[in-house]
Design a protein around this ligand. Structure first.
Ligand SMILES: Cc1cc2nc3c(=O)[nH]c(=O)nc-3n(C[C@H](O)[C@H](O)[C@H](O)COP(=O)(O)OP(=O)(O)OC[C@H]3O[C@@H](n4cnc5c(N)ncnc54)[C@H](O)[C@@H]3O)c2cc1C
Length: 497
């Protein structure tokens, strides 16, 4: 085996990004993916002329993609076209209230003012404060490999630390700028993807809605899967070797270091460096189950707080769906109760929060002419919290409740218009992509699971062992896992010859 060989397990966005960066370092990179297609959670279902992105539906911070391609000497825009989505997201409540977010300041203030007359100054002050938090988080904290909490925090002055509002809840922080519960609920609902309730997560996470409002949301032409194809194409040009339909059974180790991998079919491949894009607890608990050196790490990763699961529906719908744009979030009356159910009581809330993305509104080629590709995402507690579940019955109940809620809003999407349906339960998500506890977004972003407190992207106890993706640093979501690939490659460059 060559000292420059790297094996990557998993072709999710983190693995694909790490592959490009490591190849750029001149290493021989071979990637093994268990599924027939690359992309991981960012996969694609093609059926009856409809094309559905399985997971992520909207992209933000597009410069992360541009930087990644530029790092390999290529121009992102030569590989893919990004289409802006505006309004970015609309929120609807059962009482008929509506809020549309936009990266156009005039439209944003107009929409907020319908819920809170005179909201303009609050919107401006909110954006100003969130911008400072965003700049601090991005420039000083999130995107750097740093293992020492002391050194991590010492990058900030006391004033900057106070600015991050880590001791105030996200919901409390929003209350500083907005009186309207609807605006607070909408902007706080981003907590769901971070794995916590806005009543528990720190105030610094106003950076999420800020990032969307300030920099917009985008859809790659051809759907999010177009991004996966662009990354794979660039990797192939650079000489990355991809093996799909090839599950890894075990990471082989000897004398305190990795030696390569053994595949499910028994074949072995040698390499002194292995990067796992599989969720960290699954890597440590299954692929490294035999390795005593990582036993402490294994216990720690098994205790990790993870984000909720999701039930997702992919509906091919005849005709257009009127009354909805690309991306709509339906919030319940009992907002606090829904978060309590998801994160504390381990129940699927009776009044469901959910979101619907109709990507064909932005890119009509994703559906047969005149039809709609509809994606519905309903959060559920993680599997171990939920306990045994009769999924077929639960899916039927969720489908009826979603359709009933649409009827209440006079959205003309009725069961008889759905011509194709695919459903993934949290168990399907877990099995198909090796997700820990059926968690859709990976490790939660609680205060003690960010930066140096998050599971690190290397195993100090096992030479040559690295991690990338949503459950290690810096975090979950497409831009973060793409950055994760860069940070893991930097780790490798600093620790290996
Ligand atoms: C429903 C849903 C909606 C989302 N919406 C958004 C959104 O709108 N915007 C956004 O930015 N993010 C969104 N996300 C989050 C985003 O999709 C993830 O953060 C990101 O795609 C995770 O990438 P990853 O690198 O961790 O790899 P993963 O996608 O987890 O990929 C890991 C890969 O490893 C493979 N694998 C596992 N075990 C093995 C094995 N033994 N051998 C070989 N291969 C193996 C898996 O098959 C998989 O392909 C969403 C996620 C979900 C689930």
């Amino acid at each position: 085996m060559s000292a420059q060989s790297v094996i990557i397990i998993g072709g999710g966005l983190g693995g694909l990004s790490a592959a490009l960066h490591l190849r750029q370092q001149g290493r021989e990179v071979t990637l093994f993916e268990q599924n027939p297609q690359l992309g991981g959670r960012a996969n694609q279902i093609v059926t009856d002329g409809f094309r559905f992105d399985t997971g992520p539906s909207l992209l933000n911070y597009p410069w992360v993609c541009r930087d990644l391609f530029a790092a390999t000497g290529a121009r992102f825009d030569d590989y893919i076209t990004l289409v802006p989505v505006d309004p970015t997201v609309a929120f609807l409540w059962p009482d008929g209230k509506r809020l549309a977010l936009s990266s156009d300041m005039g439209r944003l203030i107009e929409s907020c003012s319908k819920l809170e007359p005179g909201a303009g100054p609050g919107v401006v002050a909110f954006l100003r404060d969130a911008r400072i938090k965003y700049d601090l988080a991005f420039n000083k904290l999130v995107t750097r490999n740093e293992d020492s909490p002391f050194r991590w925090f010492s990058k900030l002055s006391l004033g900057e630390m106070a600015r991050l509002s880590v001791w105030r809840s996200l919901y409390g922080q929003l209350g500083k700028y907005f009186r309207s519960r609807h605006i607070r609920e909408a902007l706080g609902s981003y907590g769901m993807y971070l794995g916590g309730s806005p009543f528990d997560l720190p105030g610094m996470f106003t950076i999420l809605p800020y990032g969307e409002m300030a920099y917009g949301l985008w859809l790659p032409k051809g759907g999010v899967y177009g991004l996966v194809e662009a990354l794979a194409k660039r990797g192939t040009e650079m000489g990355v070797q991809y093996h799909t339909d090839t599950a890894v059974k075990q990471i082989d180790t000897a004398n305190g270091g990795v030696r390569g991998i053994t595949l499910a079919d028994g074949a072995s491949h040698a390499a002194p460096i292995v990067v796992s894009n599989v969720d960290v607890p699954v890597t440590d608990g299954h692929l490294l189950a035999h390795e005593d050196a990582v036993s402490k790490r294994r216990q720690r990763s098994a205790r990790m707080h993870v984000t909720p699961g999701v039930v997702t529906f992919y509906w091919g719908v005849r005709g257009k769906v009127h009354g909805m744009g690309h991306h709509t979030i339906f919030l319940p009356d009992d907002y606090r109760g829904a978060f309590q159910d998801l994160f504390r009581n381990g129940r699927i809330p009776s009044e469901l929060p959910f979101y619907i993305s109709i990507a064909s509104e932005t890119d009509p080629e994703l559906a047969p002419k005149g039809d709609s590709a509809v994606f519905v995402l309903v959060p559920t507690p993680r599997l171990s919290m939920l306990g045994p579940c009769d999924w077929p019955a639960e899916v039927d109940s969720i489908r009826s409740r979603v359709l009933e809620r649409l009827r209440r809003h006079e959205v003309d999407l009725t069961a008889d218009r759905i011509v194709t349906e695919t459903v993934y339960t949290p168990e399907d998500w877990g099995e198909q992509f090796g997700l820990y506890d059926g968690s859709a977004f990976g490790a939660a972003h609680t205060l003690f699971q960010v930066g140096p407190f998050r599971m690190p992207n290397f195993a100090a106890e096992l030479r040559g062992m690295y991690y990338t993706g949503a459950s290690t640093t810096p975090g979950t979501g497409m831009p973060m896992v793409l950055l994760s690939g860069a940070m893991t490659a930097e780790r490798v460059a600093n620790r290996e010859t």
